[in-house]
Design a binder for this molecule. Structure first.
Ligand code: 5AD
Ligand code: FES
Length: 346
């Protein structure tokens, strides 16, 4: 089979066999990449038009009990500056965000024991009380089914929990032994079952990753059928043992965005901050390859630099208003427009 035939198959049937995905990822030429990109962009345009959904990202805590080998916020990183936002700080970020046109707030943080179910449910209820027309997305790691149920009942709409890599052996090379791919995936299926619009996702070019791993990530997404999928390049962080590992490739990340779009025409697919970090036009390229979401940073400026997952993260010195203005201009420059909308999965 030729790569062009696999692209055509993805375009028409929204699926491909594992061997075909591997063959495509290993053999795609620049011309074929452009053909893939065009098909993915066309698909996104058919579903979303020229509209780009925005999510206000509020990084609520840099405290984490986990020790993921790739992450700058890992517990054993003594150099990380730890902070947590107060409920008041989170709520005032939402107040500002609402004025700026956000109708989704993403509360993301490390696995920080301070944010118990009681504390989180209180914050979720208060945001919903103030802004019943907004969606709340949580991204707080593996909290377990009981916690997920309480958060859902409190009013949270969506939950992001990247699967990171679908392959258990690869997962074990990126995480300490107490974290497993099996448990991660179990929690993702639980989130869906509980009624969250659920987001999975993976890093591209993480250490020890193979093309087979990426094919399995695509097939995991096909099996889970999440409403959202976040992918971005792996970027080394200087205070982790992966400091000397190579960064994930721009081209490969863009190729995977396009394949994801063709396999999942309706999926909410962000052009991530990590993509914007490895190339000055990374997020624009992401949109042109089939992404349809951007997530400007809404966190209080004084803490931004301390939510350091990887080196050289962008948007750490800007005010929320500047960030959204900047992204609006970037989207306009490629013929798209950001919209004031919850941007639910349809
Ligand atoms: N490079 C790229 N992405 C990273 N993440 C964590 N550390 C890194 C890194 N060094 C991603 C993980 C996590 C999300 C919040 O950020 O995929 O799920
Ligand atoms: Fe944050 Fe451009 S999006 S500064």
């Amino acid at each position: 089979m030729k790569v062009s035939e696999i692209i055509e198959k993805l375009n028409t049937t929204h699926t491909a066999a594992r061997g075909e995905l591997i063959f495509l990822l290993e053999n795609i030429t620049d011309d074929e990449r452009e053909m893939l990109r065009k098909a993915a962009q066309r698909t996104a345009r058919e579903v979303f038009g020229k509209k780009i959904y925005i999510r206000g990202l509020i990084e609520i805590s840099s405290v984490c009990k986990n020790d993921c080998l790739y992450c700058g916020l890992r517990r054993s990183n003594q150099n990380a500056v730890r902070y947590r936002l107060s409920a008041e700080q989170i709520l005032s970020s939402c107040d500002l965000g609402y004025l700026l046109g956000f109708r989704t707030f993403v509360l993301q943080g490390g696995e920080d024991g301070f944010f118990t179910d009681g504390v989180m449910c209180g914050i979720v209820r208060e945001i919903k009380r103030r802004y019943p027309d907004c969606a709340i997305t949580l991204s707080l790691g593996e909290r377990g089914e009981e916690s997920f149920k309480k958060l859902r009942e409190a009013g949270a709409d969506r939950y992001l929990l990247r699967h990171e890599t679908a392959d258990p052996a690869h997962y074990a090379k990126l995480h300490p032994a107490n974290l497993t791919a099996q448990e991660r995936q179990r929690q993702l299926f639980a989130l869906k079952e509980i009624g969250f619009q659920t987001g999975a996702g993976f890093m591209v070019g993480s250490p020890y990753q193979t093309v087979e791993n990426l094919a399995d990530d695509l097939l995991f997404i096909e099996r889970l059928r999440p409403q959202m999928c976040g992918i971005g390049p792996f970027i080394p962080h200087k205070d982790t043992e992966f400091r000397d590992k190579p960064q994930g490739s721009l081209e490969l990340t863009l190729t995977l965005l396009s394949v994801l779009r063709l396999m999942n025409p309706h999926i909410l697919l962000p052009a991530t901050t990590a993509l914007g970090t490895i190339h000055p036009k990374g997020r624009e390229m992401g949109i042109l390859h089939g992404a349809n979401v951007v997530m400007p940073n809404l966190s209080p400026k004084e803490h931004r630099k301390d939510y350091s997952l990887y080196d050289n993260k962008i948007c750490t010195g800007d005010e929320a208003a500047e960030c959204i203005r900047c992204l609006a201009a970037r989207m306009r420059s490629i013929g798209y427009e950001i919209v004031t909308d919850r941007g639910d999965y349809k």
